[in-house]
Design a protein around this ligand. Structure first.
Ligand code: ATP
Ligand code: MG
Length: 390
């Protein structure tokens, strides 16, 4: 009997958009389960079961387990639960035990929110609510309030399981990482690009990263910062390959060729070419940046077009229209903010004069680039790239 699987403490995870995914549902479910299992590594006592379109953990329901589930994309919400035998007596006893564990006072109010997906169970949802409600009221003296109670006790009865819960935690939502292809993220040490990466992962994208390092102009501290940011993103996927491109020699060559405030644009165009070449080698179909419309001089519509003209693949910009304060708040939530604000230099300010071009033109950029051996720069960068697998 399967029900033996579902006893004691555990966590029940509810699926989000996955319900919409029709024919691909199996594929999505497999990715979701694999990602959740990976997040549980080291907690071998916890078992996972999929049943009736839900994911069930058994064996533990502690804070560590809940924290591990927080960033598994694809779950809309989850709850620590108590599994119990599929009988009305066991449900009532478990409801009483949860109400007692809550503490409270005689003024405490509660409700029972019962749902039965197994229509053959010998009590309806409404009957479960009444019987369990009476039991809790008798045992604790708590009064019923269906509208806004202090304590809400959920009861769910399925074919193979029965469980109760009092707490609903916010899931990461989105789609399981690995179900939307792979993208090369231009990862700087700033606030925006890691958040952009997070948003892509939320849509199921598996990331690789590329960081342009201007050693010795930018220090190893700057590189370490990017590695630490990449590590945060790496937790949400199987592995994360960070490419560190040694960019100083290319920047020197571009400095000597650029004029009229075009230097940053030439840097960016070169970044696109090199990132594109690395992406091509790994069969990726898109690049991504943390760019945000109008945030700085290099991020006007005109300049984005100049940069994009040099990119061999589409450039995804998940933060294009984001509000800076919202981005900062998300960076804090996902744990990248404190790393991003560590003070280190950025290669894009290197040699850059005070008045950058805000309305660049691709033909002018191209003319300046004709003084540089672009192909050799790209080939050198790819040949000397440092690969760090996280
Ligand atoms: P961020 O906070 O992500 O650095 P930003 O608002 O500071 O963004 P810029 O510094 O102008 O903006 O960079 C725009 C985007 O270009 C970054 O989000 C990142 O994707 C890419 N980028 C800039 N510098 C680098 C770098 N050294 N290595 C890799 N990508 C970079
Ligand atoms: Mg930056």
């Amino acid at each position: 009997m399967k029900q033996e699987l579902f006893s004691g403490a555990g966590v029940v995870l509810r699926l989000g958009e996955l319900y919409l995914k029709g024919g691909n549902r199996r594929l999505f479910m497999n990715a979701l389960v694999a990602n959740a299992k990976r997040a549980l590594q080291g907690r071998d006592e916890v078992r996972m079961h999929v049943s009736e379109g839900r994911v069930f953990l058994t064996g533990a329901d502690d804070e560590d387990i809940c924290a591990r589930m927080r960033w598994v994309f694809g779950f809309s919400s989850y709850s620590p639960v108590r599994y119990c035998e599929k009988s009305i007596d066991a449900i009532c006893a478990q409801a009483v035990s949860l109400a007692r564990a809550y503490g409270g006072s005689p003024q405490t109010t509660f409700r029972i929110a019962a749902r039965r997906s197994d229509k053959s169970f010998d009590h309806t949802s409404a009957q479960i609510g009444i019987l369990a409600g009476n039991a809790v009221n008798e045992a604790t003296g708590f009064g019923v309030d269906l509208e806004s109670p202090d304590l809400s006790i959920g009861v769910e009865v399925g074919k193979e399981w029965c469980f109760l819960w009092t707490q609903q935690l916010e899931g990461a939502r989105g789609l399981p990482v690995g179900t939307s292809g792979r993208v090369m993220l231009l990862l700087s040490g700033g606030i925006d690009s890691p958040v952009a990466g997070h948003l892509l992962q939320k849509r199921g994208v598996e990331l690789s990263g590329v960081y342009f390092h201007a050693f010795p102009y930018t220090s190893d501290g700057a590189k370490q910062k990017v590695i630490d940011l990449a590590r945060v993103l790496a937790r949400r996927q199987r592995s994360f390959r960070l490419h560190v491109v040694h960019f100083a020699a290319t920047q020197e060559a571009l400095r000597d060729a650029a004029g009229q405030g075009y230097l940053v644009l030439l840097y960016r165009r070169m970044m696109m070419r090199i990132a594109g070449e690395l992406a091509r080698g790994q069969k990726m179909a898109a690049l991504a940046t943390g760019e945000n419309l109008g945030q700085v001089a290099s991020q006007t519509l005109e300049n984005m077009a100049v940069v994009e003209a040099a990119a061999p693949f589409p450039v995804l910009r998940p933060l294009l229209t984001a509000d800076k304060l919202e981005t900062i708040s998300l960076a804090r939530t996902i744990g990248t903010f404190d790393i991003s604000v560590r003070p280190f230099e950025d290669c894009c300010t290197l040699f850059v004069p005070p008045h950058p071009q805000t309305r660049g033109r691709a033909d002018i950029a191209q003319k300046m680039e004709s003084r540089v051996d672009i192909e050799a720069c790209v080939a050198d960068a790819v040949r000397t790239v440092e690969v760090i697998d996280l």
